[in-house]
Design a protein around this ligand. Structure first.
Ligand SMILES: Nc1ncnc2c1ncn2[C@@H]1O[C@H](COP(=O)(O)OP(=O)(O)OP(=O)(O)O)[C@@H](O)[C@H]1O
Ligand SMILES: [Mg+2]
Length: 263
Protein backbone atom coordinates (compact mmCIF):
# COMPACT_ATOMS: atom_id res chain seq x y z
CA UNK A 1 0.00 0.00 0.00
CA UNK A 2 2.60 2.55 1.16
CA UNK A 3 6.29 1.91 1.10
CA UNK A 4 8.91 4.33 2.36
CA UNK A 5 12.50 3.65 1.33
CA UNK A 6 15.52 5.30 2.92
CA UNK A 7 13.78 8.60 3.43
CA UNK A 8 15.92 11.55 4.51
CA UNK A 9 14.83 15.16 4.91
CA UNK A 10 17.28 17.95 5.59
CA UNK A 11 16.70 21.67 5.80
CA UNK A 12 19.12 24.41 4.77
CA UNK A 13 22.10 24.23 2.44
CA UNK A 14 25.01 25.85 4.31
CA UNK A 15 24.95 23.65 7.39
CA UNK A 16 21.99 21.35 6.70
CA UNK A 17 19.86 20.17 9.59
CA UNK A 18 18.73 16.59 9.03
CA UNK A 19 15.38 15.97 10.71
CA UNK A 20 14.62 12.56 9.19
CA UNK A 21 17.40 9.98 8.80
CA UNK A 22 17.12 7.06 6.37
CA UNK A 23 13.63 5.95 7.43
CA UNK A 24 12.14 2.86 5.78
CA UNK A 25 8.75 1.31 6.49
CA UNK A 26 5.80 -0.42 4.88
CA UNK A 27 2.11 0.03 5.60
CA UNK A 28 -0.33 -2.61 4.39
CA UNK A 29 -3.75 -1.82 2.95
CA UNK A 30 -6.36 -1.52 5.68
CA UNK A 31 -3.77 -1.17 8.42
CA UNK A 32 -4.06 1.40 11.20
CA UNK A 33 -0.60 2.71 12.05
CA UNK A 34 0.11 5.19 14.84
CA UNK A 35 3.21 7.39 14.69
CA UNK A 36 4.41 8.55 18.09
CA UNK A 37 7.49 10.23 19.54
CA UNK A 38 8.59 13.40 21.30
CA UNK A 39 7.97 16.87 19.91
CA UNK A 40 10.42 17.58 17.11
CA UNK A 41 11.17 13.91 16.44
CA UNK A 42 10.06 14.20 12.81
CA UNK A 43 6.50 12.80 12.88
CA UNK A 44 4.85 15.56 10.85
CA UNK A 45 7.84 15.66 8.52
CA UNK A 46 7.50 11.93 7.83
CA UNK A 47 3.76 12.21 7.31
CA UNK A 48 4.12 15.20 4.98
CA UNK A 49 6.54 13.19 2.84
CA UNK A 50 4.32 10.10 2.84
CA UNK A 51 1.32 12.18 1.79
CA UNK A 52 3.15 13.99 -1.00
CA UNK A 53 2.89 17.38 0.71
CA UNK A 54 6.67 17.72 0.86
CA UNK A 55 9.63 16.34 -1.12
CA UNK A 56 12.44 14.35 0.50
CA UNK A 57 16.13 15.21 0.31
CA UNK A 58 16.68 11.58 -0.65
CA UNK A 59 14.74 8.33 -0.64
CA UNK A 60 11.41 7.28 -2.12
CA UNK A 61 7.74 6.98 -1.19
CA UNK A 62 5.44 4.58 -3.06
CA UNK A 63 1.66 4.80 -2.72
CA UNK A 64 -0.03 1.80 -4.35
CA UNK A 65 3.23 1.11 -6.20
CA UNK A 66 3.45 4.62 -7.61
CA UNK A 67 6.66 6.51 -6.77
CA UNK A 68 5.31 9.87 -5.62
CA UNK A 69 8.79 11.34 -5.18
CA UNK A 70 9.23 11.18 -8.96
CA UNK A 71 5.86 12.75 -9.70
CA UNK A 72 5.55 16.22 -11.26
CA UNK A 73 3.62 18.90 -9.36
CA UNK A 74 0.55 18.21 -11.51
CA UNK A 75 0.73 14.46 -11.02
CA UNK A 76 1.28 14.98 -7.33
CA UNK A 77 -1.81 17.12 -6.87
CA UNK A 78 -3.92 14.58 -8.79
CA UNK A 79 -2.44 11.81 -6.66
CA UNK A 80 -3.18 13.67 -3.43
CA UNK A 81 -6.74 14.33 -4.55
CA UNK A 82 -7.43 10.73 -5.49
CA UNK A 83 -5.42 8.73 -3.03
CA UNK A 84 -5.10 10.58 0.24
CA UNK A 85 -7.27 12.35 2.76
CA UNK A 86 -5.93 14.62 5.51
CA UNK A 87 -7.08 15.67 8.93
CA UNK A 88 -4.94 18.19 10.81
CA UNK A 89 -4.80 19.43 14.38
CA UNK A 90 -6.05 22.88 13.43
CA UNK A 91 -8.80 21.58 11.09
CA UNK A 92 -7.79 23.88 8.20
CA UNK A 93 -11.30 24.59 6.99
CA UNK A 94 -12.01 27.38 4.53
CA UNK A 95 -13.58 30.12 6.64
CA UNK A 96 -15.66 31.54 3.79
CA UNK A 97 -17.28 28.21 2.95
CA UNK A 98 -20.06 26.42 4.82
CA UNK A 99 -19.68 22.94 6.30
CA UNK A 100 -21.30 21.51 3.18
CA UNK A 101 -19.12 23.53 0.79
CA UNK A 102 -15.97 22.62 2.71
CA UNK A 103 -16.89 18.94 2.50
CA UNK A 104 -17.55 19.10 -1.24
CA UNK A 105 -14.37 21.03 -2.09
CA UNK A 106 -11.87 18.16 -2.65
CA UNK A 107 -14.36 16.42 -4.95
CA UNK A 108 -14.98 19.60 -6.92
CA UNK A 109 -11.24 20.10 -7.30
CA UNK A 110 -11.11 16.72 -9.03
CA UNK A 111 -13.92 17.90 -11.33
CA UNK A 112 -16.55 15.62 -9.85
CA UNK A 113 -20.17 16.73 -10.19
CA UNK A 114 -23.24 15.87 -8.15
CA UNK A 115 -21.31 15.41 -4.95
CA UNK A 116 -23.75 17.31 -2.77
CA UNK A 117 -25.78 14.28 -1.72
CA UNK A 118 -22.65 12.36 -0.80
CA UNK A 119 -21.38 15.35 1.21
CA UNK A 120 -24.74 15.60 2.99
CA UNK A 121 -24.61 11.86 3.77
CA UNK A 122 -21.10 12.18 5.17
CA UNK A 123 -22.03 15.19 7.28
CA UNK A 124 -25.03 13.30 8.62
CA UNK A 125 -22.77 10.38 9.42
CA UNK A 126 -20.43 12.57 11.45
CA UNK A 127 -23.46 13.93 13.30
CA UNK A 128 -23.70 17.32 11.59
CA UNK A 129 -26.90 16.85 9.61
CA UNK A 130 -28.31 19.96 11.31
CA UNK A 131 -25.22 22.10 10.74
CA UNK A 132 -24.55 21.78 7.03
CA UNK A 133 -25.02 25.47 6.25
CA UNK A 134 -22.96 26.71 9.19
CA UNK A 135 -19.66 28.47 8.60
CA UNK A 136 -16.60 27.32 10.58
CA UNK A 137 -16.95 30.38 12.88
CA UNK A 138 -20.41 29.09 13.83
CA UNK A 139 -19.13 25.64 14.81
CA UNK A 140 -17.43 24.26 17.91
CA UNK A 141 -13.92 22.78 17.73
CA UNK A 142 -15.19 19.20 17.73
CA UNK A 143 -17.73 20.07 15.05
CA UNK A 144 -15.07 21.70 12.87
CA UNK A 145 -12.95 18.59 13.16
CA UNK A 146 -15.94 16.46 12.15
CA UNK A 147 -16.37 18.62 9.03
CA UNK A 148 -12.66 18.08 8.31
CA UNK A 149 -13.23 14.32 8.61
CA UNK A 150 -16.26 14.38 6.29
CA UNK A 151 -14.14 16.37 3.83
CA UNK A 152 -11.25 13.91 4.13
CA UNK A 153 -13.54 11.04 3.12
CA UNK A 154 -15.40 12.76 0.27
CA UNK A 155 -13.20 11.18 -2.41
CA UNK A 156 -13.10 7.82 -0.58
CA UNK A 157 -9.29 7.90 -0.36
CA UNK A 158 -7.48 4.58 0.07
CA UNK A 159 -5.36 6.22 2.77
CA UNK A 160 -6.14 8.78 5.43
CA UNK A 161 -3.43 10.78 7.23
CA UNK A 162 -4.30 12.43 10.53
CA UNK A 163 -1.77 14.66 12.30
CA UNK A 164 -2.85 14.99 15.95
CA UNK A 165 -6.52 15.39 15.00
CA UNK A 166 -7.53 15.49 18.65
CA UNK A 167 -4.77 17.85 19.78
CA UNK A 168 -7.05 20.89 20.02
CA UNK A 169 -10.00 19.11 21.60
CA UNK A 170 -10.91 18.12 25.14
CA UNK A 171 -10.61 14.43 25.90
CA UNK A 172 -14.31 13.66 25.46
CA UNK A 173 -14.47 15.27 22.02
CA UNK A 174 -11.07 13.82 21.19
CA UNK A 175 -12.32 10.31 21.84
CA UNK A 176 -15.40 10.92 19.70
CA UNK A 177 -13.22 12.09 16.83
CA UNK A 178 -11.03 9.01 17.00
CA UNK A 179 -14.06 6.71 17.17
CA UNK A 180 -15.40 8.43 14.09
CA UNK A 181 -12.11 8.12 12.23
CA UNK A 182 -11.93 4.43 13.01
CA UNK A 183 -15.55 3.84 12.10
CA UNK A 184 -15.26 5.55 8.72
CA UNK A 185 -11.94 3.90 8.13
CA UNK A 186 -13.47 0.49 8.71
CA UNK A 187 -16.51 1.26 6.57
CA UNK A 188 -14.41 2.25 3.61
CA UNK A 189 -11.71 -0.36 4.31
CA UNK A 190 -9.09 2.36 4.04
CA UNK A 191 -5.66 2.68 5.60
CA UNK A 192 -5.21 5.04 8.55
CA UNK A 193 -1.97 6.70 9.59
CA UNK A 194 -2.38 8.71 12.78
CA UNK A 195 0.12 10.90 14.60
CA UNK A 196 -0.69 11.09 18.28
CA UNK A 197 0.82 12.02 21.63
CA UNK A 198 -1.83 9.95 23.39
CA UNK A 199 -0.64 6.44 24.37
CA UNK A 200 -4.26 5.26 24.73
CA UNK A 201 -4.98 6.15 21.13
CA UNK A 202 -1.73 4.59 19.95
CA UNK A 203 -2.78 1.34 21.61
CA UNK A 204 -5.84 1.20 19.37
CA UNK A 205 -3.59 0.89 16.32
CA UNK A 206 -2.34 -2.31 14.75
CA UNK A 207 1.19 -1.00 14.86
CA UNK A 208 2.86 1.90 16.61
CA UNK A 209 5.95 3.40 15.05
CA UNK A 210 8.01 5.34 17.56
CA UNK A 211 10.32 8.07 16.28
CA UNK A 212 13.13 9.82 18.06
CA UNK A 213 15.55 12.33 16.57
CA UNK A 214 14.31 11.55 13.07
CA UNK A 215 14.79 7.79 13.33
CA UNK A 216 12.48 4.85 14.00
CA UNK A 217 13.51 3.61 17.43
CA UNK A 218 10.76 1.06 18.06
CA UNK A 219 7.83 -0.63 16.32
CA UNK A 220 5.17 -2.00 18.66
CA UNK A 221 2.43 -4.40 17.53
CA UNK A 222 -0.77 -3.85 19.51
CA UNK A 223 -2.78 -7.00 19.95
CA UNK A 224 -6.39 -6.40 19.18
CA UNK A 225 -5.65 -2.92 17.87
CA UNK A 226 -8.72 -0.88 16.99
CA UNK A 227 -11.05 -3.66 18.09
CA UNK A 228 -10.12 -2.65 21.65
CA UNK A 229 -12.17 0.48 21.26
CA UNK A 230 -15.57 -1.16 21.26
CA UNK A 231 -14.85 -4.42 23.05
CA UNK A 232 -14.12 -4.75 26.71
CA UNK A 233 -10.45 -4.73 27.57
CA UNK A 234 -10.63 -8.30 28.85
CA UNK A 235 -12.09 -9.71 25.62
CA UNK A 236 -10.09 -12.39 23.87
CA UNK A 237 -7.97 -11.63 20.87
CA UNK A 238 -9.90 -14.25 18.86
CA UNK A 239 -13.02 -12.16 19.28
CA UNK A 240 -11.09 -9.11 18.11
CA UNK A 241 -9.85 -10.85 15.00
CA UNK A 242 -13.38 -11.89 14.10
CA UNK A 243 -14.77 -8.42 14.55
CA UNK A 244 -11.95 -6.97 12.44
CA UNK A 245 -12.38 -9.37 9.56
CA UNK A 246 -16.13 -8.76 9.60
CA UNK A 247 -15.48 -5.05 9.49
CA UNK A 248 -13.23 -5.44 6.47
CA UNK A 249 -15.50 -7.69 4.47
CA UNK A 250 -17.24 -4.62 3.04
CA UNK A 251 -20.57 -5.96 4.23
CA UNK A 252 -21.64 -2.72 5.87
CA UNK A 253 -24.18 -0.52 4.16
CA UNK A 254 -21.57 2.04 3.14
CA UNK A 255 -19.17 -0.68 2.07
CA UNK A 256 -21.79 -2.21 -0.17
CA UNK A 257 -22.69 1.14 -1.64
CA UNK A 258 -19.22 2.42 -2.39
CA UNK A 259 -17.58 -0.92 -3.04
CA UNK A 260 -14.30 -1.95 -1.58
CA UNK A 261 -11.76 0.56 -2.80
CA UNK A 262 -8.79 -1.35 -1.59
CA UNK A 263 -6.43 -2.52 -4.30
N1 LIG B 1 10.86 24.31 7.37
C1 LIG B 1 11.72 23.90 8.31
N2 LIG B 1 12.97 24.40 8.40
C2 LIG B 1 13.85 23.97 9.32
N3 LIG B 1 13.58 23.03 10.25
C3 LIG B 1 12.36 22.49 10.24
C4 LIG B 1 11.35 22.90 9.28
N4 LIG B 1 10.24 22.17 9.52
C5 LIG B 1 10.52 21.38 10.58
N5 LIG B 1 11.79 21.57 11.01
C6 LIG B 1 12.43 20.87 12.15
O1 LIG B 1 12.28 19.49 11.94
C7 LIG B 1 12.15 18.82 13.18
C8 LIG B 1 10.99 17.84 13.10
O2 LIG B 1 9.79 18.58 12.98
P1 LIG B 1 8.37 17.87 12.94
O3 LIG B 1 7.37 18.93 12.72
O4 LIG B 1 8.40 16.75 11.99
O5 LIG B 1 8.26 17.30 14.44
P2 LIG B 1 7.08 16.52 15.15
O6 LIG B 1 7.61 15.21 15.59
O7 LIG B 1 5.88 16.54 14.28
O8 LIG B 1 6.84 17.43 16.45
P3 LIG B 1 5.48 17.85 17.20
O9 LIG B 1 5.09 16.69 18.05
O10 LIG B 1 5.92 19.02 18.03
O11 LIG B 1 4.47 18.22 16.18
C9 LIG B 1 11.96 19.89 14.23
O12 LIG B 1 13.12 19.97 14.99
C10 LIG B 1 11.74 21.17 13.44
O13 LIG B 1 12.34 22.26 14.08
MG1 LIG C 1 4.00 17.49 14.38
Amino acid sequence: MIEVKHLTRSYGSVSPLTVLHNVSLKVEAGEFVAITGPSGSGKSTLMGLMAGLDRPTSGQVFIQNEDITQASENELSRLRGEKVGFVFQNFLLMQTLTALENTMLPAEILGKVEVEQRALDLLARVGLGERVHHYPSQLSGGEMQRVAIARAFINTPPVLFADEPTGNLDSKNGKKIVELLLELNRMYASTLILITHNPELARLSNREIRLKDGKIVEVVAHRGGRANLKLQSNSRSKKNVISRSKARSGSTRAGARTGNKRK
